[in-house]
Design a protein around this ligand. Structure first.
Ligand code: NDP
Ligand code: 8X3
Length: 273
């Protein structure tokens, strides 16, 4: 049993790469209209063009740094009238920067993670939630992490931001109780996207990280996003945690080719640009 997403207006932050991009593709397949948000506008425009030709998708692309409070307010307050009523918000934009001990941490990196993963998510949510409340309809899907459920060595500030996402998710559900608005959190383990390359600013190190186990791919998370969005309106999927089969916690990865060879149909790797 599922509901239709045809002509629903879906705003996805961080749609230029990885999980956000894959989610945009899946929503496009369902006939949704997409507001694609990220800093790299050329990528968003390329995606919009691709989705138009493949699925006849109508898209609006917005270059926006979600950590820029004033820009979020002005851009999202001034959406063209046909895009104003956002039905589904996917708060996906986020990043980790380095894996350092706190005592060796770079404070500028902490600020960027906090400003993007926590404050950016809140700024975007605040702009769109009033309309959802007024219409008594809407769905906010937040991309958290297993790092929101456990801390791990050198994951300190990133894990703190994802714990915050989890807390915000729980609070949203409580604050909106009595409305028809749904709140979901998806918490992935290791997903092969540009995430690790951004984290370490080192593509070889990122490639090596994923090289000897079968990580999740962005489409696995997009699949969960669509699952949440297509449940009947009386069902609110509160939280989904997704691990690669080869992972049991943030620090426990079964590395080695044997498990991969035992999987009959290994997933295709997420597209990278
Ligand atoms: P990617 O690096 O592939 O994608 C991150 C996206 O976030 C990009 O589209 C990037 O766009 C966008 N972004 C980053 N900073 C900003 C900003 N200030 N303003 C607007 N957009 C921004 O990584 P993933 O797809 O893996 O990450 C998506 C989410 O999933 C993140 O929240 C991440 O924490 C979470 N996650 C990832 C996991 C993984 O293992 N990959 C596991 C668990 C959670 P641009 O640079 O163009 O602005
Ligand atoms: C990304 C997963 O384990 O690197 O959120 O924190 S982890």
């Amino acid at each position: 049993m599922s509901i239709s997403l045809l002509n629903k207006v879906v705003l996805i932050t961080g749609a230029s790469s990885g999980i956000g991009r894959a989610s945009a593709v899946e929503f496009a397949k369902q006939g949704a209209k997409l507001i694609l948000v990220a800093r790299r506008k050329n990528r968003l425009d390329g995606l919009a063009k691709e989705l138009k030709s493949q699925y006849e998708t109508e898209s609006l692309t917005i270059q926006l740094d979600v950590s820029d409070k004033d820009a979020v307010e002005s851009q999202l307050n001034n959406l063209p009238v046909e895009w104003k009523d956002v039905d589904i918000l996917v708060n996906n934009a986020g990043l980790a920067l380095t894996t350092d001990k706190i005592q060796e941490g770079n404070i500028d990196n902490w600020d960027i993670m906090i400003d993007t993963n926590i404050k950016g998510l809140l700024y975007v949510t605040r702009q769109l939630i009033t309309g959802m409340v007024n219409r008594n309809s809407g769905h906010i899907i937040n991309i958290g992490s297993i790092a929101g459920q456990e801390a791990y060595p050198c994951g300190n500030v990133y894990a703190a931001t994802k714990h915050a996402v989890r807390a915000i998710n729980q609070s949203l559900r409580m604050d909106l109780l009595g409305s028809a608005i749904r709140i979901s959190e998806i918490a992935p383990g290791a997903v092969e996207t540009e995430f690790s390359e951004v984290r370490w600013n080192d593509k070889d190190k990122a490639d090596a990280f994923y090289s000897d186990f079968s990580p999740l791919v962005a489409e696995d998370i997009a699949d969960a996003v669509i699952y949440c969005a297509t449940r009947p309106l009386h069902v609110d999927v509160a939280q989904i945690t997704l691990y690669p089969t080869a992972q049991a916690s943030a620090t426990q990865l079964h590395r080695g080719k044997s498990l991969i060879q035992n999987i009959a149909n290994p997933p295709t790797l997420a597209r990278k640009e």
